[in-house]
Design a protein around this ligand. Structure first.
Ligand code: KG4
Ligand code: ZN
Length: 357
């Protein structure tokens, strides 16, 4: 009888040290046996952002503990593991190197296949941990470092339809939160503030809303928030700015997602198209509700990872690892960390160049 594969996933690309055990199943979705995420929020909070050197040190301190915990909680033994999958990029090189080197050493000592994973592909496949999802699908990836619309054609096969030309959406949320006096990473608190505010109080710009296809831009929005933040008088004003920001983001995503739907339809012959929204910002409830409604209206089936799998985790890395394992896509142990590793290698670099059409 064929044994169901068991994959250990390891993630250390930024400020989360994570490990997970995922088991292949005969049903459509695998079994997530353990999923340990250790956040470094407390370490970076006082600096207002991730400090690479401190992040790397913390990964070094914790990685063996987190991996051991994931194995213990899964109920499996080290020797039951069939392959080790690890994030090799994109991310902070000093952080990536910790997980990568740990995974290499483990793979070598256990004599098991070693599989490198693109962190962004982890986000792209994250709904597959709980949903039977078939290629192709449209993906909106919104995280702290990336904001992109991608056609996911197959494992490792992506076509970028649109990207941010400046800040990532998570970054815009975090910067707005900082201006409202919320400690890093404040993104998740914006929607909490927004519930108590008047979303029509401040009119904020929607950069490149009528040009640039489904490319995105948030830098102008941030500048407007900065100006307004200087004239806020009380807590209610802060709630109102958060609500106005949240509403503006929803309107931008609505308009740009419609364009992305049209572009995706040109390359997909499927009747029932699927729209996946993944990455840390996909945890935002109002963004989820909004895009869900839009999807139904436009004949797309919306699919989200569960909220606990939106942010960085190793379950999504093990998910990609499992798909690669089934296709015997293994890597050599000299594979380098890749700080920059776009999903669509053919897409041009748009940051800072402006949108001219
Ligand atoms: O995917 P992720 O955990 O890490 C990266 O790969 O970047 O995304 C983190 C980002 C942060 O900017 C965080 O503020 C944002 O996701 N985020 C949110 C929410 N939860 C996390 N932004 C808005 N609303 C939320 N509920
Ligand atoms: Zn991420």
């Amino acid at each position: 009888m064929k044994k169901n594969a068991i994959i250990l996933g390891i993630e250390s690309s930024c400020d989360e040290t994570a490990a997970a055990i995922l088991e292949e199943s005969d049903q459509g979705v695998p079994n997530l046996l353990s999923n340990i995420v250790s956040s470094q929020e407390e370490i970076h909070k006082k600096f207002g952002g991730v400090v690479p050197e401190l992040a790397a040190r913390s990964h070094i301190d914790k990685i063996d503990l987190i991996v051991n915990k994931a194995i213990k909680e899964s109920g499996k033994k080290l020797n039951d593991i069939d392959a080790i999958a690890v994030t090799a990029g994109p991310g902070l090189i000093v952080c990536l190197s910790v997980g990568l080197n740990f995974a290499k050493a483990l793979a070598m000592s256990l004599k098991k296949p070693f599989i490198v994973v693109n962190h962004l592909e982890g986000h792209a496949l994250s709904p597959k941990i709980v949903t039977d999802l078939k290629y192709p699908y449209l993906l909106l990836l919104i995280s702290g470092g990336h904001s992109q619309y991608l056609a996911v054609k197959n494992l490792g096969k992506y076509k970028r339809l649109g990207t941010t030309i400046d800040d990532a959406l998570g970054e815009a949320f975090d910067k707005t939160a900082k201006l409202l006096g919320i400690k890093f990473p404040g993104g998740p608190f914006i929607e909490k503030y927004a519930i108590k505010g008047n979303q029509n109080k401040f009119v904020l710009p929607k950069p490149i809303i009528n040009k640039g296809g489904c490319n995105l831009s948030f830098a102008g929005l941030k500048t407007a928030v900065l100006k307004i933040s200087k004239i806020l008088k009380n807590k209610q004003d802060k709630y109102d700015l958060a609500a106005s920001f949240q509403k503006t983001i929803e309107e931008i995503l609505n308009k740009k997602t419609k364009i992305a739907f049209d572009e995706f339809k040109k390359i997909s012959s499927k009747k029932n198209n699927i729209f996946v929204i993944a990455g840390g910002v996909a945890a935002n409830k109002k963004i989820r509700d909004n895009l869900e409604k839009l999807s139904f209206k436009e004949n797309f089936k919306p699919v989200f990872p569960p909220q606990n799998l939106c942010g960085d985790n190793a379950a999504m890395i093990a998910m990609v690892g499992l798909e690669k394992f089934k296709m015997k896509k293994f890597n050599n142990l000299d594979y380098p960390a890749k700080p920059r590793w776009p999903l669509d290698e053919n897409a041009s670099f748009l940051k800072g160049s402006g949108i001219k059409y």
